[in-house]
Ligand binder design. Structure first.
Ligand SMILES: Cc1ncc(COP(=O)(O)O)c(C=O)c1O
Length: 371
């Protein structure tokens, strides 16, 4: 008889992440540099060019364990947000922070609420902790109905996971809705607001850091993986009241942020000019995609992120396959239960032109085949 894993794992499949470049190199035989990866909402502009020099300068320190307190990065972020360093916790990407939240707060029979569609990792961490995952449907236009979210709270609810702006839709919660959530989440429930993409939102928005720290049961999650282009380094951080930070710290592996990752994140934070270039490129890229979708008659969602979710009326898996034949990786909405939707990340300006031209060609091809 084999060793029996936790019963809850019977309900779980390994998390289905975006495909990797390596898998496409192996599967299709393309040269790595010819592949345009727009499947995982990464940053095709790359990280600040100053990072390479900063890493070279610290290479003599590779043999030491990293700074467990993440001191320099903590100080920089505390100053940037105007908060105390004690309100920060660091994770091996926000993936780890989400796990830490569940490990600290969700036990057998506890409920966690999120919306559908949204980031799927919230489900996995709830189930692996023997919790019950409660999915609240979005409205027909895929916006989040915050009243419905609060209506689903029961006396077993421990956590609400809200991704804002949401992945895969790209919608940003209207400010009043965000305030409604913060004000109406009972004190006994932890409200997690995952802001992985908030940097890309281009106009004014409520100061979510102030909003979160005005309550003792809210945590914001941010990451260096998207706007700062450091997905491979794995740095995310949470902003919350001290007690939440302290509970999460108890279940955290101590050396979870490597020293190269800390140095890279600090250098990225200091290079505001580069961040601005990324954000400008993103704005232009989104516009290009919108125009292409409009020309093709696709419905799409105006995005506050670095990706767009579009309803094509065609088989999304087929579209994904056709893009792959052109060495472009996009996400099929079928991973989120939307079989005619595609999610495409913004790339460099040249990438985006290639996407638009491939899209026109593919749609034309499919329509010709259908005739
Ligand atoms: C909404 C959301 N949260 C968290 C993550 C994980 O990010 P990280 O690279 O910081 O672990 C992602 C990654 O795509 C995401 O889309």
């Amino acid at each position: 008889m084999s060793v029996r894993a936790k019963e809850a794992l019977d309900q779980l499949q390994p998390y289905k992440a975006a495909a990797t470049i390596e898998s496409v190199v192996r599967g299709y035989g393309y040269a790595r540099e010819d592949i345009i990866k727009l499947e995982g909402n990464e940053n095709r502009m790359g990280a600040s060019p100053k990072i390479a020099g900063a890493l070279a300068r610290m290479s003599q320190e590779y043999s030491y364990y990293p700074d467990l307190n993440v001191t320099l990065l903590r100080e920089k972020l505390a100053a940037m947000h105007g908060i105390s360093g004690e309100n920060l916790i660091f994770g091996n990407g926000s993936f780890e922070l989400i796990s830490l939240i569940a490990n600290a707060y969700i036990g057998r029979g506890d409920e966690a609420i999120s919306v559908t569609p949204s980031f799927n990792w919230y489900y996995n961490v709830t189930i692996m902790n023997e919790g019950i995952f409660c999915e609240v449907s979005t409205r027909d236009d895929l916006t989040i109905d915050v009243e419905s979210v609060i209506d689903h709270v029961t006396d077993k609810t421990k956590v609400i996971f809200i991704c804002n702006p949401n992945n895969p839709t790209g919608h940003l919660l209207p400010e009043d809705d965000l305030r409604y959530l913060v004000e109406n989440t009972p004190d006994s429930v932890l409200l997690v607001i995952d802001e992985a993409y908030l940097d890309f939102h281009s106009s004014d928005y409520v100061d979510t850091v102030r909003l979160a720290l005005s309550k003792s049961n809210v945590i914001l999650l941010r990451t260096f993986s998207k706007s700062y282009g450091l997905a491979s380094f794995r740095v995310g951080y949470g902003i919350a009241f001290g007690e939440i930070i302290s509970n999460m710290s108890k279940v955290k592996c101590p050396p979870n942020i490597s020293m190269p990752a800390q140095v890279a994140a600090v250098t990225a934070l200091e290079d505001r000019e580069y961040l601005q270039k990324v954000l400008d490129n993103n704005r232009i890229g989104l516009q290009l995609y919108y125009e292409a979708f409009e020309a093709l008659g696709f419905d799409y969602i105006k995005s506050s992120t670095n990706f767009v979710f579009a309803h094509t009326g065609l088989d999304a898996n087929l579209l994904k396959e056709e893009f792959l034949k052109r060495a472009i990786m996009i996400r099929s909405g079928s991973d989120y239960g939307y079989n005619e939707w595609i999610r495409i990340s913004v790339g460099t300006y040249e990438d985006n032109l290639r996407v638009v031209s491939a899209l026109h060609e593919i749609v034309q091809d499919i329509k010709t085949r259908e005739i």
